[in-house]
Design a protein around this ligand. Structure first.
Ligand code: ZN
Length: 293
């Protein structure tokens, strides 16, 4: 039964790409199962300790996300230092006003083969650190760039569903994209999935009050679900108010397993296979040799 469930779960309902779906990723048994698809390792005090602790807890794959040129550079250093770590190049909506003078370096850094994604980008109307029009300009630029670079887009959308969907529909979403720290309900989950998105669930999935978010996770096709921590932010239940670490991916993953009615091992295998597909990660056999490609 578990085998049948996982086989069914990993059949893409609407593949991101035929090419990828035709080559199902084999996860070698020696590779830790969980992947933290969105963390800011470079913002933690001790990156090496965070990576080591994560590996001990079965989180051997990490995507270190840039929020501006400086943190993208630091993400790349981490990716070239630690096995199993990849990077993204992006400008967070909070810093969208810096687009003009950050772009040259951000786009140059994106050429590194360990940069597998563009973003995080999108809208944040909760904090409104940059004007909405400026956030939209930066979002559109990164959507276009993800397409030309054939890299996965990481979307940040907070209190901004209507605008996020409007811009994505108008610009045309890239082939592969992820709603990081998905925070919508079942309706937003359905809409995002229809557009071709993958949904990434973070610590808030574990908060007792967030039944609507768990309902959204139940709504999503199994091949569209990944997990993340957004470390050092958004710790799961039991660690709220404290620093979040990539190791906690397993804690959110454990709640996700209960939500999906799968075992922890099945959920880890499923979400890691999804993550490798959506981020087009190099052969996992390369993991452990320094993460270089
Ligand atoms: Zn983030």
């Amino acid at each position: 039964m578990p085998d049948a469930a996982i086989t069914a779960a990993t059949q893409p309902s609407q593949p991101f790409s035929r090419e990828l779906a035709e080559e199902p990723l084999q996860v070698p048994p020696q590779v830790p199962q969980w992947m933290d698809t969105h963390c800011h390792l470079q913002l933690l005090d001790d990156e090496a300790a965070a990576v080591a602790t994560a590996a001990q807890d079965g989180v051997g794959l990490l995507l270190c996300v840039g929020i501006d040129a400086k943190t993208t550079e630091a993400a790349l250093v981490a990716a070239h230092t630690f096995p199993g770590v990849w990077a993204s190049s992006g400008l967070h909506p909070h810093s969208a006003s810096d687009l003009a003078h950050e772009w040259e370096l951000l786009s140059a850094l994106a050429a590194d083969p360990l940069v597998v994604a563009i973003g995080e980008t999108g809208f944040d109307f909760y904090r409104d650190h940059s004007p909405p029009g400026v956030q939209e300009e930066a979002f559109r630029q990164q959507i276009a760039f993800a397409k030309t670079q054939d890299k996965t887009l990481i979307i940040h959308s907070r209190d901004a569903w209507a605008d996020t969907f409007r811009v994505l529909a108008d610009a045309g979403p890239p082939e592969r994209f992820v709603f990081h720290c998905f925070s919508g309900g079942p309706d937003e989950a359905r809409r995002a999935v229809e557009m071709g998105a993958c949904l990434s669930f973070a610590g808030p999935l574990t908060y007792p009050k967030n039944e609507t978010l768990r309902e959204a996770a139940r709504t999503a096709p199994h091949d569209r679900i990944v997990v993340e921590t957004d470390a050092p932010f958004l710790p799961p239940q039991g660690f709220r108010g404290k620093t979040c670490f990539p190791a906690y991916t397993a804690k959110t993953g454990s709640v996700l397993a209960d939500v999906l009615g799968l075992s922890r091992a099945e959920t880890a295998a499923l979400t890691t296979a999804n993550a490798c597909r959506v981020f087009r990660l190099p052969e996992l056999s390369g993991v452990g040799d320094g993460g270089t490609v």
